[in-house]
Design a protein around this ligand. Structure first.
Ligand code: NAP
Length: 348
C-alpha cells in the first residue's frame, strides 16, 4: 500500500562534517536526486552502527571516503522505488542491504547485488542487526576457520555486536568451549550468550590454556590489535587459527589520539612463518569492507538466514537511537555501554 512516505522527495541524513568527536555529526535535509536505472531506493527503517563508523569519524579508517560523507554500512527497510533495468526485486519488498557508506539516512540508493531479501522475515529491527556482525563472524569461523564440532573459541569484545554474533554462530556449529573477554559489568550478558566470561583486564592467555587442559584455543577472534594480537596468538593451540579483524586499541577515547594509534601500529606483531609452520598455526587478516567476492558473501548470508530462521541466531539489539541522535549513539558505543547492537531509527 502506498503511503505518504513513498511520495517523498526529501531525505534526511547524518553527515560527518569533518574529522573529530561525535559532535562533528550533523543532520541535513536535502532533495533526493533521481534514481539511476540500475539501482533501487530503500526507505530505510533502521541503520546499524558499527565500530568502524567510529574509526572513520576520527579519521583512522583507510577505506573511508573523504569528508564530508554519510557513514552507515548496513540498513533494513522497504524498497520504495526501482530503476528500469532492475529485475527480481519490486517496490514493497523488505530488504537488508550492505551499503558500506551512506546508511545513516532516511532513504538510500543501492545496487541490487548489495541487497538481500529475507524471505519470511519481517522483523526489520532484528534484520538490521544481522549483515555486518553475522557476516564478519561467519566469514572468520565458517568460511576461513571451517569450525568443527567441539572446537574451542576465544572471542574478544564478547558482549559487542560481532562478539555476540560469533558466539551464536559458534554454538550453532556445535563448537565446544567459548571464552569471551569483555568489561566486568557485562559478565552476566556474556554468560547468557553461552561464553565463559573473562574480564578484559585479566590474563586471557593463561585462563584460555587452563580452560582447555593446557592445549590453547582452536580459534581466536581479535578486533583489538597491537600487542593484544600477539597475546591472542599465544592463546592458540597447535593448529589453531587467529583472525585479525580490527584495531580498537587505536581509539581509546572519543577523539583521534595519534599516540594511541601509533602505539597500536608499532606494537602490531610480526609473525614468523617458520614458527607458525612448526606449530601449524594460521593468522588471517579479515576486512569485510574490502571483500569483493559477492558469490561467497551471498552463500554466507544464505547460511546465516537459514540459521536465523531455525532459531539458532537471535540478534541482540541493545538500543535504538533516532537518526537525529546519531552523535549520542556514537558516544554510547565509545563509553562501552552496549551489549549487542546499536541501531538508528531512520524514520523519525
Ligand atoms: N574487519 C571487519 O570486517 C570487521 C567487521 C565488523 C567489525 N569489526 C571490528 O570488530 C570489532 C567489534 O565491532 P562491533 O561493531 O561489533 O562493535 P562492538 O564490539 O559492539 O564495540 C563496542 C564494544 O567494544 C569494546 N571496546 C574495546 N575497545 C574499545 C574502545 N577503544 N572503545 C570503545 N569500545 C571498546 C567495548 O566492550 P568491552 O568494554 O566489553 O570491551 C564496547 O562495548 C571492532 O574492532 C570492529 O572494528 C571488523
Amino acid at each position: 500500500m502506498w503511503t505518504l512516505r513513498d511520495l517523498m522527495t526529501q531525505r534526511k541524513r547524518a553527515v560527518y562534517s569533518r574529522k573529530g568527536g561525535p559532535n562533528v555529526i550533523e543532520i541535513i535535509e536535502e532533495e533526493m536526486s533521481s534514481l539511476k536505472p540500475d539501482q533501487i531506493r530503500i526507505d530505510v527503517y533502521y541503520a546499524g552502527i558499527n565500530f568502524a563508523d567510529l574509526m572513520m569519524r576520527v579519521g583512522l579508517y583507510g577505506a573511508a571516503p573523504p569528508f564530508p560523507f554519510t557513514p552507515g554500512y548496513e540498513v533494513s527497510g522497504i524498497i520504495s522505488d526501482i530503476g528500469n533495468s532492475v529485475k527480481d526485486l519490486k517496490v514493497g519488498d523488505a530488504v537488508v542491504a550492505m551499503t558500506r557508506f551512506g546508511g545513516y539516512s532516511s532513504f538510500v540508493d543501492v545496487n541490487p547485488e548489495q541487497c538481500f531479501i529475507l524471505d519470511g522475515v519481517d522483523d526489520l529491527v532484528s534484520t538490521a542487526a544481522i549483515p555486518v556482525t553475522y557476516a564478519t563472524a561467519h566469514h572468520m569461523l565458517v568460511h576461513l576457520g571451517k569450525i568443527r564440532q567441539g572446537d574451542s573459541v576465544l572471542i574478544h569484545h564478547a558482549a559487542g555486536g560481532v562478539g555476540s554474533a560469533a558466539a551464536q554462530i559458534a554454538k550453532a556449529k556445535r563448537a565446544g568451549i567459548l571464552i569471551g573477554t569483555a568489561s566486568s559489568k557485562k559478565k552476566e550478558f556474556v554468560e547468557q550468550q553461552g561464553m565463559i566470561h573473562v574480564s578484559r583486564n585479566d590474563d586471557f592467555v593463561k585462563i584460555s590454556r587452563s580452560l582447555t587442559n593446557g592445549k590453547g584455543v582452536d580459534h581466536a577472534l581479535d578486533p583489538v590489535g597491537g600487542k593484544h594480537l600477539m597475546q591472542s596468538y599465544r592463546a592458540l593451540s597447535k593448529g589453531g587459527k587467529l583472525y585479525s579483524f580490527g584495531a580498537s586499541s587505536a581509539i581509546p577515547g572519543k577523539k583521534r589520539n595519534m599516540i594511541a594509534a601509533l602505539k597500536m601500529w608499532w606494537q602490531m606483531p610480526k609473525f614468523d612463518p617458520l614458527r607458525m609452520m612448526n606449530s601449524n598455526k594460521a593468522v588471517f587478516g579479515v576486512h569485510l569492507g574490502t571483500w569483493e567476492n559477492d558469490e561467497i558473501m551471498r552463500e554466507q548470508m544464505e547460511d546465516i538466514v537459514e540459521m536465523y530462521r531455525n532459531g539458532n541466531l537471535t540478534p541482540v539489539v541493545d538500543s535504538i537511537f533516532k537518526l537525529d541522535e546519531a552523535s549520542k549513539a556514537h558516544s554510547y558505543m565509545h563509553e562501552r555501554r552496549n551489549k549487542g547492537k546499536i541501531l538508528l531509527d531512520c524514520r523519525n
